[in-house]
Ligand binder design. Sequence first.
Ligand code: SAM
Length: 295
Amino acid sequence: MKKNYTCFKKSQWFFWRTDPKVLDTIQSGIKIKKKVFSGKSPYQKIEVMDTFPFGRILILDGFVQLSQTDEFIYHEMLTHPTMFYHSDPKKVLIIGGGDGGVLREVLKHPIKKAYLVDIDKKLIEVSQKYLPFVSKGAFKNKKAKIFVEDGLKFVRKYKKFFDVIIFDLTDPFGPSLTLFSKNFYQDIFNALATDGVLSIQSGCIFDQLPHLKNTSQKLKKIFPFVKIHQASIPCFQCANEYSFTIASKFNLEKVILKDIEKKYKKLNLDLKYYSPKIHFSSAILPKYLKEKLKQ
Ligand code: SAM
């Protein structure tokens, strides 16, 4: 085994560590075919690479954000549980999500308008040029309104307006840090309509448990109903068991399988991961995790 291990050429691999603030002890490597793009924006370092195991990947500040092979799992699970919990969402806000994956999924629903607010114009441009398989033309859809702005400022202009708000932000450091705060969750609550629902990518269950716990506890202080869904995202590697926290102004327990199945059939969306049964099974958390989240 030793022989094989030392004979790889470092230049052919992309290494990334788990969230250094939480767990600085795991490093993962992905074998690269080709570096496609590398550049800096005022907010972050943006890299696009073709890899052997995951196809084309997007990397921001050294962290893998998505891959060609499994981005559908992340984008479907960040979008559809929330869009199906809400009876009939018409005005949807996406904060972050400059790659266009969540926008693509939201536009599959019979909505009136999807607002996407990303702070980084360059990221949106790089995504449209090098990652067209993610947005699939969603940025050109007439129901899509794109804003290049800090989500923090944008949301404060709205009161009781949005049916659904989706956080597709980078992990809580750099440009997105201030958005994972109790004050901002209160701004989100105020911007949501009376039966509004919020969905947040709340990090990986293994190496970002403190962040997940922090997020769900803060949300419980503001929203009457909070639920955690999970799904496995292979390209996030050791961090692959990923969490999506849903916070709502109405009782999520009142939404039953029959309702979701009826709506799913009527909408007839072509989805590869999400389904009415996944909607409920993905919210069943193991005992150890429920206990850790309570501690
Ligand atoms: N899939 C990713 C993940 O797992 O974390 C998220 C991808 S998405 C590309 C993250 C987006 O959040 C980036 O486009 C970044 O520009 C955006 N973002 C970061 N901070 C922001 C802020 N304050 N306001 C709006 N967008 C922000």
